[in-house]
Design a protein. Structure first.
Length: 140
């Protein structure tokens, strides 16, 4: 993956339709995608050289997404607000330029609103994966 503009990383929320349509949630100024996999240690007394051994494919995988910025419009703000207050698990798409898309169910774990008296109102949110995520590489 070559260098890409950070502003091109997009966070989109699904509408629950069939087929699902995704809309950009806001003008995010910062965003982070964190992919994690817990390991399962199967080290035993006879492990070669006393080195730790891990069980391939056995850990729990998880993704966390965080972003901060401004909502693009009232519809986007209402969609996110509604998902949070309903505790809904909603399909989201994270577009990573030069890499691909990650799509799947997430729940909003954190939703903050802030503002300075001489600037725009901002929001920040944190998403936690709630099921299987699908990676689609960017086509050439």
């Amino acid at each position: 993956m070559s260098a890409q503009r950070g502003k091109d990383l997009l966070l989109k929320i699904g509408d629950g339709g069939a087929p699902e349509t995704y809309a950009v949630v806001g003008g995010l100024k910062t965003r982070t995608l964190s992919l994690n996999a817990r390991t399962v240690d199967v080290t035993h007394a006879n492990s070669a050289g006393g080195w730790r051994e891990l069980l391939s494919g056995a850990g729990v995988r998880q993704a966390s997404v965080a972003g901060a910025g401004v909502f693009l419009n009232e519809a986007a703000a209402e969609t996110v607000r509604s998902a949070f207050f309903n505790g809904a698990i909603v399909n989201w798409r994270i577009v990573i330029p030069g890499f691909g898309d990650i799509t799947g169910p997430f729940q909003i774990g954190n939703l903050d609103y802030a503002g300075d008296f001489d600037a725009e109102a901002t929001m920040s949110l944190a998403l936690e994966s709630a099921g299987e995520l699908i990676f689609a590489p960017e086509s050439a």
